[in-house]
Write a protein of this length. Structure first.
Length: 449
């Protein structure tokens, strides 16, 4: 194939696996754009800081960005100063890899009370995302409720349960986050599943970690582990579900160790209202019963849990991109085998990751997903003569529009600055959360060259 230039919008795992797949083909030049000065998307700003093995995937993703035919352009956002048409003009194809950036809501009274947040906000804050307000969270509550029993709920419950000392030692969390965690007064963390134990979404490895915490006991009520025929069938056919239920049954029998915090794993309860006047004081839950099909029905009986902090962890949602088709119902970009579907049938745009398939699957799921999209893209390009696109074209355009591009060297400077901050206090890295500080770190080294 003659030389072609591709733009990938988003430098998280899905965008980088797409860039990797593309760069395996000779003559394919890839620019990976990100609105942030830093690459890696949800790996940097979503994966829990204490999940070190998962975080080490950064080494693999770094290699993709270091490929000679791949270029990182940070600080570049599709929007006012860069349109889809601009990208179409400067590249032979565009791949959208923008993930699912916002949370879903519960739609119940009291959800907007102070003290009620989305897990997405909390995760962004403790991961040092530049968009998160530094003083957004105080953990001066006694009781916290986490709604949902997926892996994100497990992440936030675990971060709330650990001591700041444990997290300081092992993670790159910023000082302002550790200061708040240091003052964390929460003793009880309630994770609430609306369906039964056999329908919980968390994976066993993640669940298991809750039982190994030095500072928290896990509390499970055996009465909430009831199983119906549908649950038994799932347990028989799904190893993850079987192991989850076995673990929960074991915990329901285990005596508590008197640790400082408790994580209560609750099932068969749906939040129906957040209570309180000036701030959240409790959560009203309706008891559910299994309906024999994997679902539940409400019983009409309710119970109130005290809670001064509520984090809803009920899934992510994709956001529309300006000028790009969007399926509002599913919150994804409509596509066929990765090719974006437009009413006018125009080709040349592609999609990967959560904004393609919805917020499901683990990071590795994005590899197969990227393969499908890139196969479609390359087959389309075989049939289209490449345009005469220059590498500098987009840089000149962004320059004219006043966009400061953070290059790979700029990111390496940020990376070095974070490691230096860490070295000064005996840690591997301390994350810089402030956007201006990130840009200053990027520019400091560039100016010395
Ligand atoms: P998720 O796995 O879809 O879990 C969402 C949870 O919210 C479910 O328990 C769901 O219950 C519940 N829920 C949804 N709407 C609700 C409502 N109105 N009221 C009460 N509960 C409600 O989503 P996630 O935890 O955000 O995770 C997203 C993806 O990232 C998943 O694929 C996950 O595995 C992945 N992830 C992986 C890791 C890891 O590997 N360590 C870490 C974090 C995230 P129902 O099942 O009843 O709908």
């Amino acid at each position: 194939m003659a030389d072609v230039r591709i733009a990938v919008v988003g430098s998280g795992p899905s965008g980088l696996y797409a860039a990797d797949e593309l760069s395996r083909h000779g003559g394919v030049w890839v620019d990976v754009l990100d609105r942030l000065p830093c690459p890696y998307g949800l790996l940097r700003y979503g994966v829990a800081p204490d999940h070190l093995k998962m975080k080490s995937l950064e080494i693999t993703l770094r290699r993709i960005l270091e490929h000679p035919e791949v270029r990182f352009l940070g600080g570049v956002e599709l929007g006012d100063r860069l349109s889809v048409d601009d990208l179409r003009e400067h590249y032979d194809a565009v791949v959208y890899a923008t993930g699912a950036a916002v949370d879903r809501t519960l739609g119940i009274p009291g959800e907007d009370l102070p003290g009620s947040f989305s897990a997405t906000e909390f995760v962004a804050w403790y991961c040092g995302h530049p968009d998160a307000e530094v003083d957004r969270f105080t953990l001066d509550a006694t009781s916290a409720v986490v709604v949902g029993v997926g892996n994100v709920a497990v992440d936030v419950a675990r971060v709330l349960a650990k001591t700041a000392a444990e997290l300081r030692e092992k993670t790159d969390m910023s000082d302002h986050v550790l200061d708040v965690l240091d003052a964390n007064t929460i003793t009880d963390i309630h994770m609430i599943g609306r369906r039964g134990a056999a329908q919980a979404k968390f994976t066993t490895k993640e669940l298991q970690e809750l039982g190994e915490l030095a500072n928290a006991d896990v509390v499970v009520d055996p009465a909430e582990l009831v199983l119906d025929e549908a649950s038994e069938q799932t347990i028989g056919s799904d190893r993850k579900v079987r192991r989850n239920v076995e673990l929960l049954q074991e915990w329901a029998q285990r005596p508590q160790q008197g640790r400082a915090r408790r994580i209560h794993l609750r099932f068969l309860h749906s939040p129906v209202a957040l209570l309180g006047t000036d701030r959240v004081e409790g959560v009203e839950l309706e008891r559910n019963e299994l309906d024999g099909t994997g679902g539940v029905r409400g019983t009409g009986s309710t119970v109130t849990l005290p809670a001064e902090l509520v984090l809803r962890s009920v899934g992510y949602r994709g956001l529309p991109l300006p000028g790009v088709p969007f399926d509002e119902r599913r919150a994804v970009i409509p596509h066929e085998a990765g090719r974006v579907l437009r009413d006018d049938g125009r080709a040349g745009e592609y999609v990967v990751g959560w904004i393609k398939r919805g917020p499901t699957g683990v990071i590795g799921t994005n590899k197969g997903d990227a393969k499908e999209t890139v196969a479609t893209l390359l087959a389309d390009l075989e049939a289209t003569p490449p345009g005469d696109h220059k590498a500098d074209g987009i840089i000149e355009l962004l320059d004219r529009r006043g966009v400061t591009v953070v290059t790979w060297q700029g990111w390496e400077a940020i990376d070095a600055a974070e490691q230096a901050l860490g070295a000064a206090v005996g840690r591997n890295r301390v994350k810089i959360a402030d956007r201006d500080e990130l840009l200053a770190a990027a520019e400091a080294v560039l100016n010395r060259r």
